[in-house]
Write a protein that binds this ligand. Structure first.
Ligand SMILES: [Zn+2]
Length: 397
């Protein structure tokens, strides 16, 4: 995803706001439909049914009819994706969208000549029902743009983000399998023993954010000062999320290039078996309420990483049942509920094997994918005993 600053004229801005309004309206209708649903009733309408309802709504409402059907349909599609993320456990339940907050819409079926370059620093994108809008050509637009999203941040700035499905990264052909586990102490651990940290804000930036938040608390509602502080906060947070996105791109390319098979936990199963996994990891994974926000950001980064891996290594990502991956010793295979010494350390009381708890889990994930981990190993008290692959744990997805 590459993002560019859009520079609409005042008239174009009005038209863009209209698109945003339609997208918000349709999204909120979908939220409302699902909020009314109660267990035991017929299931809430899915994407196809909602599209049919949209056609009816457009026939009845002139306001909707003059808008772009792509914008409105894609809002339903976004909602369907948001519900899927919610059920997948990586995101919260989609909620109401309010005017002025996270406004945006998506355009699909983009043709090759809908994006063009005018000069060194200026490009143009064709938006249905609006026309050509200029944007700052701050870096190369990726080849094969299939869709784009137009957004307006709280500071009132418009951006366009072009989405092109990245070209698959060729497999190295070594037959090597890597297990990847997400953690809180580290953002991702590989079965090779590597631990990867998603970048966040620097200490000075965090201090600035804290200062801004205090300022915001003191500013009067509806004042100019408050709007300015809010915009400054939005900028700091955008920087953080940009860094995480860059990280996801780098890590996914690197992993897809180095390993033939990439094993990750199947989060759908993970959520169903969460209680069965025991409470050992509860103190580690739920580091108090304070970490709540951080955890949800991490979960989103993790979801993005898995999606990108699937884009870049199609057919090479294997999802395994996560049962006991954090409690099982990756050296001797025993399930030890008390082996988790702390959030970060795993020590097997049976064979003495000790290592980073997330790396231990990543090794179990690789084992579950049916292969031995052949990359460099950490120091061990006892020798490695690779178990036979457990076929019942294997799920290819
Ligand atoms: Zn052991």
């Amino acid at each position: 995803m590459s993002r560019y600053r859009l520079q609409p004229s005042p008239a174009q801005e009005q038209a863009l706001l209209e698109h945003c309004g339609h997208a918000r309206y349709v999204w909120n209708l979908a939220v409302e439909q699902h909020a009314c649903w109660k267990p035991g009733r017929r299931s809430a309408p899915g994407f196809a049914e909602q599209c049919r309802q949209l056609t009816e709504a457009r026939a009845e409402s002139a306001w909707l009819r003059v808008g772009s059907i792509i914008v409105q349909q894609q809002a339903l599609k976004d909602f369907a994706q948001a519900m899927a993320n919610y059920f997948g456990g990586t995101h919260r339940r989609p909620t109401w969208r309010r005017r002025g907050r996270g406004e945006g819409f998506r355009i699909v079926a983009v043709k090759a000549d809908d994006v063009r370059r005018l000069s060194r620093h200026v490009g143009e994108v064709k938006v249905p029902k609006v026309g050509w809008i200029r944007f700052r050509w701050s870096r190369a637009v990726p080849d094969g743009v299939k869709s784009y999203r137009v957004t307006r941040d709280r500071a009132g700035r418009w951006h366009v983000a072009f989405a092109a499905v990245p070209a698959p990264v060729p497999a190295p052909g070594t037959g090597q399998v890597v297990g990847v586990d997400r953690g809180v102490a580290v953002s991702a651990a590989l079965s090779t023993g590597e631990t990867l940290h998603a970048p966040g804000l620097r200490e000075a930036e965090r201090a600035r954010l804290r200062r801004l938040l205090r300022k915001l608390a003191r500013a009067t509602r509806g004042s100019n000062r408050r709007a300015k502080v809010k915009a400054a906060i939005a900028r700091v947070k955008a920087r953080e999320s940009d860094r995480r996105k860059d990280w996801v791109e780098k890590v996914s390319t690197d992993v897809a290039r180095r390993f033939d098979v990439i094993a990750v936990e199947d989060l759908k199963i993970r959520n169903m078996t969460r209680s069965a996994r025991g409470t050992v990891e509860a103190p580690g994974r739920n580091v108090r309420a304070k970490a709540g926000l951080n955890r949800s950001i991490m979960a989103a980064a993790w979801g993005g990483l898995v999606r990108r891996l699937e884009d870049k290594a199609p057919g090479r990502v294997v999802k395994v049942n996560p049962a006991y991956t954090s409690q099982r010793c990756s050296a001797c295979g025993i399930v030890d509920r008390q082996a988790r010494e702390s959030q970060a350390r795993y020590r097997c009381r049976s064979c003495g094997y000790a290592c980073n708890a997330d790396v231990n889990a990543a090794r179990n994930i690789a084992h579950a994918a049916g292969h031995a981990v052949s990359a460099r190993e950490g120091p061990r008290v006892a020798g490695p005993v690779h178990r036979e692959p457990q076929r019942d744990l294997l799920l290819v997805g």
